[in-house]
Design a binder for this molecule. Structure first.
Ligand code: ASP
Length: 341
């Protein structure tokens, strides 16, 4: 099995390998706080490599960051190998419910939560942003809106891997999330409540005009309570963009990101002059303080980009990485520094 913890080479060969579905192995050397060439796209975890390519197709042709962050995460939403989108793990009642949000460079934002049977929740989030006076629609209302907007309802069924994972979980039916400690790669059907029982893709882009946008989409924590919504669709928690300062996004234990308004906090820390990495670190340290002894039970990770195109990340625990793509680096998976040694 491919070792996805290795890093993809910053080269045309790397891009070709990726396009062919092979993830190669190479060290990442880009200093995370170095100014990056515009346009730029970064996203969470190794699934971000393929997602960035989707975004890059638009960005490299002068496309808008907003369009890029939508197209990019759609790649992941469509993948049945990743716990994002309808291929993701279900809630404890066996139903996949999806959360997503999107935000542009002018504080426009849209979100959906607990949305069922729609393949691309990020597109529905964008419609909420552009075609309603609201920011968020949830559950049945979100689905009604999606249908009214012409989105198809997919059959209510679990992917083969999700079925396996759910059956395994039903043996104990215990909700004990220990989230994304390790880089995920493809779906994990390991011990439920083990290291990788869910995933999220969050993406931040800066286009050639210098405008920032972000997106975030997830099936949330596997085997969550019915109706549970995490940080990912919450503007200010899972994602925040302030075009004058920067953009940030989160992945990991959503409840702990929500309680300190994670992505917004990272952006405000950048406003105070911190680099993206330092801002992500300060936010993680705050979570660690709040959690105290329980910090070791969770994983929380942030990515950020500032107005100057510097990017960075920081995680609570080892194992997080983020994917970077611009004209210089092409495709790169960077290991994130982390707090708990
Ligand atoms: N933050 C997501 C949630 O809590 C999960 C994840 O990032 O994988 O739903």
């Amino acid at each position: 099995m491919t070792n996805r913890r290795k890093f993809l080479q910053s080269s045309a060969a790397g891009l070709a390998a990726l396009a062919a579905g092979h993830v190669g192995a190479v060290a990442a050397t880009l200093p995370a706080a170095a100014p990056a060439a515009k346009p730029l796209v970064i996203s969470t975890w190794d699934a971000g490599l393929a997602a960035n390519l989707g975004a890059w197709k638009l960005l490299s042709q002068g496309g808008r960051a907003l369009d890029a962050v939508e197209a990019g995460v759609m790649v992941t939403e469509a993948s049945q190998n990743c716990c994002v989108g309808l291929g993701g793990n279900p809630d404890r009642d066996g139903i996949v419910t999806l959360d997503a949000c999107i935000m542009d460079h002018q504080f426009n934002c849209g979100a959906v939560a607990a949305l069922e049977r729609v393949k691309h929740p990020i597109q529905v989030a964008r419609r909420v942003m552009e075609r309603t006076p609201h920011v968020m629609l949830v559950g049945e209302g979100a689905q009604q809106f999606a249908v009214a907007q012409g989105f198809a309802l997919e059959p209510q069924r679990l992917s083969a891997d999700a079925t396996k994972a759910y059956r395994e979980w039903l043996k104990t039916s215990q909700y004990k999330p220990v989230v994304n400690i390790e880089n995920s790669g493809n779906r994990k059907v390991g011990p439920v409540g083990g290291p990788n029982n869910h995933d999220t893709i969050a993406m931040l882009a800066q286009d050639a005009q210098g405008n920032l946008s972000g997106s975030c989409t997830t099936s949330g924590m596997g085997f969550k309570m019915r109706g549970r919504v995490g940080d990912s669709p919450i503007i200010g928690s899972g994602l925040y963009v302030d075009n004058e300062v920067g953009a940030a996004a989160a992945t990991g234990q959503g409840e702990d990101v929500v309680r300190m308004a994670g992505a917004h906090t990272v952006v405000e820390l950048m406003r105070q002059g911190l680099t993206p990495t330092a801002a992500c670190r300060a936010a993680v340290e705050r979570i660690a303080r709040i959690k105290g002894d329980k910090a070791r039970d969770i994983q929380v990770c942030f990515i950020a980009v500032n107005r100057q195109g510097q990017h960075g990340a920081f995680a609570l625990q080892k194992g997080f990485s983020y994917a970077v793509c611009n004209a210089e680096t092409q495709q790169l998976l960077l290991p994130s520094d982390y707090l708990l040694r």
